[in-house]
Design a protein around this ligand. Structure first.
Ligand code: NAD
Ligand code: TYD
Length: 349
């Protein structure tokens, strides 16, 4: 079926991989990428598809309600894949308000625009909210987040995403808008802004700078290669059951300190440094406020119902990721110039 799909936040990390996959895979669909190009958005991430005839970029802010309503009238979207967000926990601790506007108000603007455009005729329509496992809060040593786990967000970032998820589900219950939600674990891969742990550590190791590890380093995350998340998003958008939630994860838990040791080993090899050299850069620093101890996803529903599972082992994915950052030196230099330095000073020095 001919579709016109709005992708929000397509110039960011995950959005750019989703567009790279879907624009090439569905030449009969039109894709409109709406992105405000905040510090995290970068058109360089979209070089692989920028000239494709079924792709259009629109610069705009989802918090601007009039703009969003006009965009929906103009393009007559049949589907929305909503990724635009303020996405970094540490920034949400420094300035929570930006997260409320973009993640909550922005989502409501999109929901209202879809509701007005579709006007109760929901045949062939879909609003897909891309969310995070952080809405579930924190785990102890045992257990996994399932789709039934109660929300218990604990950072301004996760609270704003949780609020948006609730609103999306409310539009299903109240207006029967055909929505679907996924909650994914930590992604890694190329084009991730180097404020997040892995690209930050890769960049610092490359430049011989300290690798900051918060607290005791025993905080645990479940890591998924970003292209596997993009494949899951494509599948959920097309095959996910309306009003359902899908947890997406890598079955791949790592304590931060163990993950960084593995990374250091790979980087020593790639950079031709003596083994153990990069690990000397590991520096324990002040902990993040309210730091969630452990996230881990039970991804059995998406495996059982949609036959999705991660395609790579973590060692393969991490090696590919290190190669990507070493080969894309110019990209890394461009995004770490200017405002990045200011943020780095504020956060770490
Ligand atoms: P990102 O920060 O790399 O990208 C966000 C994009 O949204 C940027 O291009 C930015 O310019 C755009 N944006 C921000 N505010 C905007 C606004 N007001 N209007 C329009 N565009 C705006 O984020 P990401 O890591 O690619 O995450 C994408 C989505 O996936 C987010 O909703 C996030 O909550 C979710 N998610 C991320 C992860 C992860 O590990 N990165 C895991 C699970 C879920
Ligand atoms: P991050 O990449 O910010 O993702 P999230 O907080 O969304 O899980 O952080 C991943 C983990 O790494 C988290 O436990 C915080 C920790 N961390 C550090 O130890 N040092 C750092 O410099 C950063 C950015 C994160």
């Amino acid at each position: 079926m001919q579709q016109t799909i709005l992708i929000t936040g397509g110039a960011g990390f995950i959005g750019s991989h989703v567009l790279d996959l879907m624009v090439k895979k569905y030449p009969d669909y039109q894709f409109i990428n709406l992105d405000a190009l905040t510090y995290a958005g970068n058109l360089e991430n979209l070089k692989s598809i920028e000239n494709e005839p079924n792709y259009t970029f629109v610069k705009g802010d989802i918090t601007d309600n009039d703009f969003v309503q006009n965009l929906f009238s103009h393009y007559q979207f049949t589907g929305v894949i909503h990724l635009a967000a303020e996405s970094h926990v540490d920034r949400s601790i420094i300035s929570p308000t930006d997260f409320i506007y973009t993640n909550i108000v922005g989502t409501v603007n999109l929901l209202n625009a879809a509701k007005n455009l579709w006007n109760g005729d929901y045949e062939g329509k879909r609003f897909y909210q891309v969310s995070t496992d952080e809405v579930y809060g924190t785990l102890g040593e045992e257990g996994l987040f399932t789709e039934e786990t109660s929300y218990d967000p604990r950072s301004p970032y996760s609270a704003s995403k949780a609020s948006a998820d609730h609103l999306v589900r409310a539009y299903w219950h109240t207006y029967q808008m055909p929505v679907v939600v996924s909650n994914c674990s930590n992604n890694y891969g190329g084009y991730q802004f180097p404020e997040k742990l892995l690209p930050l550590a890769i960049n610092n190791i490359k430049h011989g700078k300290n690798i900051p590890i918060y607290g005791d380093g025993k905080y645990t995350r479940d890591w998924l290669w970003v292209k596997d998340h993009a494949a899951a998003i494509d599948l959920i958008f097309h095959k996910g059951v309306t009003a359902e939630t899908y947890n997406v994860g890598g079955n791949n838990e790592w304590k931060n300190i163990d993950l960084i040791h593995l990374l250091c080993k790979i980087m020593d090899k790639k950079l031709g440094r003596p083994e153990g050299d990069s690990a000397k850069l590991i520096t324990f620093v002040r902990d993040r406020a309210g730091h969630d101890r452990r996230y881990a996803i039970d991804a059995s529903k998406i495996k059982r119902e949609l036959d999705w599972e991660p395609s790579l082992t973590f060692e393969e994915g991490l090696e590919k990721t290190v190669d990507w950052y070493l080969e894309n030196e110019e990209w890394l230099n461009n995004v770490t110039s200017g405002a990045y330095q200011q943020y780095y000073e504020q956060q770490y020095v």
